[in-house]
Design a protein around this ligand. Structure first.
Ligand code: HEC
Ligand code: HEC
Ligand code: HEC
Ligand code: HEC
Ligand code: HEC
Length: 447
């Protein structure tokens, strides 16, 4: 047994070493000065600059929650746990590639205004020529900063400041997969947005990330340039845009009968259709995100009854029904708290259905530190064009008021678990509940 433990520990160390050193050949290859600033591109590409500036792409290093997770958890974890040494370096490969390429890690405090704050900048993306290997993941880009900017379009006018080299790579989902697929040091896919798209119905129809996140519209691509009908808007709006979240899932709720008397049960069938995303919902930072459905009944007198979801009995279902359990104990290591008891696994009404995929640390406890993820639990997210069905059984209480009984289903979304947000003092806007969709239907209660 001891031997087995020793071998598994060795195995893990090996995995960790292999993954951390995987792309480090790029480190210190370039300096910040090899890249132009976004402000420089703004002189001519003003529309794209303004769009990019509104998106999270321009704040991927200095955005408050990123800053907190990076310094308080990832960097601290590297320092407090020898097995995790260097784990924070990989973060920069995607969040602030210039700092990563310059070997400036950890980069300076965002408050001092370093160039690392440029995050995923214009010149970073437009210097990417391709990726190494067969699958894009863990920032395996081939990058070549310089006078030549890569793009899918050559353009009708020429730029006074740079050359343009065209490559179809910019029109492909794989371009995005370089940073939107991530494998943990334990070899687990902790981000798989591109892989989800590839497995879903859109990819073979030729629909890619750019179609939904960089839509085509009539505009000039540069101030002094030509007007195109299909200029690629640099919106990159995702989970931080309440408008993008809204309507992702359509809700229809149907009761099994329309006339009831107190004491009788009614079964509501709720169909949830994902009409909007090309990947699963939620995707990306799945360890942080939470989507849940709340169903309640309100009688004629205004009394409200919460209805918990009917369990289906699949393996791992306990992680998809809101409870009072504690989780995230592994946060104690970077935070320097011995025997950390953990935080509430979710803070949503008990019995509500949760659409998520739990991540587990090497000890099998639920984690929100994706770099410490050794295995994944049940995937109960809503796939692209998938329809999930939930049932809710409600036995009418004898004291219920006769008249109209209104059922209401509401789907909500949080970017970050509330317990974690509160504990780490992340600004509240990061874990505020956003509305995905809602629906109401009524039945009649006879005395
Ligand atoms: C060099 C790495 C990199 C590449 C390439 C990249 N992204 Fe990103 N992207 C990021 C990072 C890092 C974030 C997260 C910012 C944050 O939350 O700190 C992000 C955020 C986003 C968001 C916003 C998510 C939100 O929560 O609001 C969208 C949408 C997005 N990317 C789409 C794309 C698309 C589409 C492509 C391909 C055209 C792409 N990305 C290519 C690194 C990259
Ligand atoms: C002095 C003005 C100027 C600056 C500065 C500038 N560009 Fe351009 N760029 C242009 C013009 C003009 C075109 C051609 C536009 C057209 O197609 O009519 C162009 C074209 C492009 C294209 C090809 C697509 C197209 O629209 O033709 C890309 C990609 C691009 N620029 C990226 C960048 C990036 C990234 C930066 C900053 C590192 C930058 N440019 C800085 C003027 C500029
Ligand atoms: C058919 C349209 C569509 C396609 C294709 C698509 N997306 Fe999205 N994406 C959405 C919508 C709608 C949302 C908002 C709902 C959500 O958060 O999932 C979104 C959200 C996101 C988010 C934020 C997710 C979160 O929950 O934190 C990221 C990141 C993202 N997309 C990246 C990508 C990348 C990368 C690709 C390609 C591999 C892609 N998207 C393809 C429609 C699309
Ligand atoms: C996350 C990577 C990413 C970032 C950041 C980014 N771009 Fe792009 N850009 C792309 C991709 C991908 C395309 C091509 C999309 C396509 O062909 O579907 C593109 C296209 C362009 C084009 C040509 C548009 C057209 O319609 O042909 C210009 C010009 C451009 N980008 C300039 C910029 C400038 C300026 C910035 C910064 C303000 C910037 N880009 C930031 C990925 C990026
Ligand atoms: C392979 C690229 C990649 C690596 C490596 C990576 N990230 Fe990210 N990260 C992303 C992308 C892309 C997103 C956006 C996903 C989404 O919107 O759901 C993101 C999102 C986040 C978010 C959520 C931001 C928000 O506003 O909700 C945090 C925090 C974060 N990353 C921190 C880290 C830390 C810390 C590390 C290193 C331990 C790390 N990331 C490693 C690509 C990466």
């Amino acid at each position: 047994m001891k031997k087995l433990i020793r071998y598994s520990v060795l195995g893990i160390c090996f995995l960790v070493l292999v993954s951390f050193s995987f792309h480090s050949y790029q480190v210190q290859k370039y300096d910040y000065d090899d890249f132009e600033t976004p402000g420089y591109c703004n002189q001519c590409h003003d529309l794209f600059y303004q769009q990019w500036d509104q998106a999270l792409m321009s704040d991927a290093y200095n955005h408050h929650w990123d800053e907190i997770e990076y310094f308080e958890l990832a960097v601290a974890h590297s320092e407090n746990d020898p097995d995790m040494a260097g784990v924070h370096e990989g973060c920069n490969g995607c969040h602030t590639p210039m700092a990563y390429l310059a070997g400036d890690m950890p980069p300076p405090d965002p408050k001092t205004g370093p160039r690392a704050n440029e995050s995923v900048s214009c010149d970073v993306c437009h210097s990417i020529k391709g990726f190494t290997g067969d699958v894009p993941f863990n920032h395996n880009y081939i990058i070549e900063p310089g006078k030549t900017k890569f793009s899918s379009r050559k353009g009708k006018t020429s730029s006074p400041n740079h050359e343009i080299d065209t490559t179809a790579f910019y029109t492909q989902a794989e371009f995005c997969g370089i940073c939107h697929n991530e494998k943990s040091p334990f070899g687990v896919w902790v981000k798989s947005t591109h892989l989800e798209l590839k497995e879903g119905p859109y990819y073979e129809e030729g629909v890619v990330c750019q179609d939904c996140h960089m839509p085509e519209a009539p505009a000039k691509t540069a101030k002094m340039g030509a007007r195109y009908n299909d200029a690629k808007m640099h919106l990159f709006n995702g989970a931080h845009d309440p408008g993008k979240i809204r309507g992702t899932v359509e809700i229809r709720m149907t009761p099994d009968r329309q006339e009831l008397v107190p004491g009788e049960p009614v079964v509501l069938t709720v169909t949830l259709y994902n009409q909007k995303t090309g990947h699963k919902f939620p995707t990306g930072s799945v360890e942080d995100r939470i989507v849940w459905l709340h169903v309640e009944a309100t009688d004629e007198k205004g009394n409200v009854y919460h209805i918990p979801v009917d369990p289906k009995g699949f393996e791992g279902e306990e992680y998809t029904i809101a409870g009072e359990e504690l989780a995230y104990q592994d946060m104690g290591v970077p935070l320097g708290i011995e025997n950390f008891e953990g935080l509430r696994r979710e803070m949503v009404p008990l019995g509500d259905r949760i659409f998520r995929m739990p991540y587990f640390d090497p000890q099998g406890r639920m984690t929100m530190m994706q770099w410490n993820t050794d295995s994944l639990g049940v995937d109960y997210r809503i796939g692209p064009r998938e329809t999930k069905v939930e049932t809710y059984t409600f036995e009418l209480p004898y004291e219920i008021a006769p008249g109209t009984l209104t059922f209401r289903a509401v789907m909500k979304y949080r970017l970050l678990l509330k317990s974690v947000g509160q504990y780490l003092e992340v600004p509240e806007e990061e874990y505020q509940a956003m509305l995905v969709n809602e629906q109401e239907t009524t039945v009649t209660v006879y005395p």
